[in-house]
Design a protein around this ligand. Structure first.
Ligand code: S3P
Length: 169
């Protein structure tokens, strides 16, 4: 069983879908943002505020190297910028969770913890800039993905099922 790496824009549901895949399969799950928060003993928001984005990206790189060397049979959910890691294809099969910008923002806003979800993501603090980032990244996400799953209007359960079906092919 090869690792699966879930990539995609902030708020698209990478963590939720990873947990659903675990429920439906033999995979274990790991999340790159959780790893970084443990490594630094700090929330992502504070790392951005205190050390800056460049520093954060350096830790992502360190995490990517470790994943390639040390992790097997695992579903890896990632932060929205992790797709830039050069060794992504050496870590595992890359699955893009794809959705329109508006649908992603809608999804976050409908969540009972919407406020918290927005607050913890420094790159979502300015919606205009976030939309620009989305437009810039989407073609890059598509380029590195082995599998693209449109998650719009699908439950996490349906998405997980689709991913598990498609990786078997
Ligand atoms: C980022 C996405 C975040 C987190 C950090 C940077 C990005 O993760 O890694 O705030 O560059 O898109 P989520 O995609 O889980 O929100």
């Amino acid at each position: 069983m090869k690792n699966l790496i879930l990539i995609g824009f902030m708020g698209v549901g990478k963590g939720t879908i990873a947990r659903e895949i675990v429920r439906q399969s033999e995979y274990m799950a790991i999340d790159t943002d959780d790893m970084i928060e443990s490594l630094e003993n700090k929330k992502i928001k504070s790392i951005f505020a205190d050390e800056g984005e460049v520093y954060f990206r350096e830790i992502e790189k360190k995490v990517a190297k470790w994943l390639q060397k040390s992790v097997k049979n695992t579903i890896i959910s990632t932060g929205g910028g992790f797709y830039k890691q050069k060794n992504l294809d050496k870590i595992g099969k890359v699955v893009l969770l794809d959705s329109s910008f508006d649908a992603i923002i809608e999804r976050i806003k409908e969540h009972p913890n919407a406020e918290k979800k927005l607050q913890k993501r420094p790159l979502l603090s300015d919606m205009e800039k976030a939309k620009e980032l989305y437009e810039q990244r989407r073609p890059e996400y598509l380029k590195v993905a082995d599998i693209v799953v449109d998650v719009t209007d699908k439950s996490a359960e349906e998405c997980a099922k689709e991913i598990l079906r498609r990786i078997k092919k």
